[in-house]
Design a protein. Structure first.
Length: 139
């Protein structure tokens, strides 16, 4: 696996360096942890300050383009980055979702009391004549 820096940009507002890197690999796309280890060794930074944001490869190509962020301190990284990205880079433990307790059996509902209905006056039925077919009229 070979890593090349394509673009390097300083972001003083967030206290970090942003890098666009090209990763050339022999087989399948490498794991995030493998690329992070290679970048840490290459840049000589602390592993806890380096965040691999994305690593995308095109179909059939044996190279990937990634976006890496190198923070000045671990605290700044924890403050700025969203939790799911920190979990992906193994800086914080993944949160386990708690299983919801099974619903208790429903209580039997009491039968509803019938409300007396108001007496309705019968409506007068209006009979409509159905139109006769032309063949019936001639006879």
């Amino acid at each position: 696996m070979e890593v090349t820096i394509l673009e390097e940009k300083e972001n003083p507002l967030l206290d970090r360096k942003e890098l666009r890197v090209k990763v050339v690999h022999d087989a399948a796309t490498p794991r995030i942890s493998e690329v992070r280890d290679k970048m840490v060794a290459m840049l000589g930074v602390d592993k806890e300050t380096l965040i691999l944001d994305s690593l995308k490869s095109r179909f059939g190509a044996r190279e990937s383009i990634g976006f890496v962020k190198v923070y000045k301190t671990k605290e700044r990284a924890l403050k700025v980055e969203p939790r799911h990205r920190l979990e992906k880079n193994l800086l914080v433990e993944k949160t386990k979702r708690e299983e919801k307790p099974k619903a208790a059996p429903k209580k039997k509902e009491e039968p509803r009391k019938e409300v007396p209905k108001k007496e309705e006056k019968p409506k007068a039925e209006v009979k409509k004549e159905t139109p006769k077919k032309e063949t019936e009229k001639k006879q």
